[in-house]
Write a protein that binds this ligand. Structure first.
Ligand SMILES: *Cc1c(COP(=O)(O)O)cnc(C)c1O
Length: 270
């Protein structure tokens, strides 16, 4: 099967049509399947970097393995994947335990509740969705107790969509200024999910906002080395053109997730 072409303009009421986001139609299971998907993503990444006059080597590809079962993750590792992004602590913790024999760097990329800070502090290698000082405080306390430190990215709601976590852009400078109080958190940069729309100018505007926030943060010496985690399967080329240094790619590598589309965050639990 081939992915459906993506060359027709969106119909007036089809702005969130999943068909507009190219994705593989098969479910990769073997190392060869994963190698093929990875090669396709890497060539898209390299083409976008070239268009932007950037070095592809300065853009990290973070495969997002959420909802993918462990046996398929073993095949992905056999194809050369060494880092995985997960949006839910319990799922990530289980996978990190069951795949502890493999050298995987685990990146938590989803909103964290303070009562999960202890679990996150124990196994995560980085946390890309810091969005409150309460969570910073809870993580710092747990990390101090373990003698660990953690790379963190501050999540920004660059689209204004109510469904998305993250700080309002206007609140970012003061938030960054407060983070040095939490000495076990190593601030690396900012993270966002762009507007969920086929209107590429709106998507691009989210990424531009992020770059400007990052540049201001660098001037203030408040955003570590100024990494920008932005771009997913459907929009990572635009993110690279706007300065992304880390693209988080799920479905283009692991295949389509079950119902709910690319922003599916799993069933809500009390
Ligand atoms: C699921 C997810 C992604 C990856 O989305 P795809 O559309 O599968 O590429 C990236 N970032 C976050 C925070 C996610 O939850």
């Amino acid at each position: 099967m081939t992915p459906s072409p993506n060359d027709s303009p969106a119909a007036p009421n089809a702005q969130d049509s999943p068909a507009a986001h190219p994705r593989p139609s098969t479910t990769p299971t073997t190392p060869e399947d994963f190698a093929g998907n990875l090669a396709a993503v890497r060539s898209r990444l390299e083409a976008a970097a070239e268009r932007a006059g950037r070095e592809a080597s300065e853009i990290r590809l973070l495969p997002v393995s959420k909802t993918v079962p462990e046996e398929r993750l073993r095949a992905a590792v056999a194809a050369g994947i060494t880092q995985m992004g997960e949006n839910k602590v319990q799922e990530a913790k289980r996978k990190s335990e069951n795949l502890a024999d493999l050298p995987i760097h685990w990146a938590l990329i989803g909103h964290l509740q303070t009562n999960k800070a202890r679990d996150a502090a124990a196994f995560a290698h980085e946390f890309q969705a810091l969005d409150s000082l309460r969570v910073a405080e809870a993580l710092d306390r747990r990390l101090q107790a373990l003698g660990r430190s953690l790379d963190v990215y501050v999540q920004v709601n660059s689209s204004g969509e109510a469904s998305k976590f993250g700080l309002e852009p206007a609140d970012v400078p003061a938030f960054l200024a407060a983070l040095p109080a939490y000495s076990s958190l190593r601030v690396r940069g900012l993270m966002t999910l762009a507007a969920h729309t086929d209107d590429t100018s709106r998507v691009r505007a989210c990424f531009t906002t992020m770059r400007e926030l990052r540049d201001a943060g660098l001037q203030a010496g408040a955003v570590g080395d100024g990494q920008l985690s932005m771009g997913m399967s459907g929009d990572f080329e635009i993110a690279i053109e706007e300065g992304s240094t880390c693209v988080r790619v799920g479905q283009a590598i692991f295949g389509a997730r079950p119902a709910g589309g690319e922003h599916w965050a799993g069933p809500r639990r009390a």
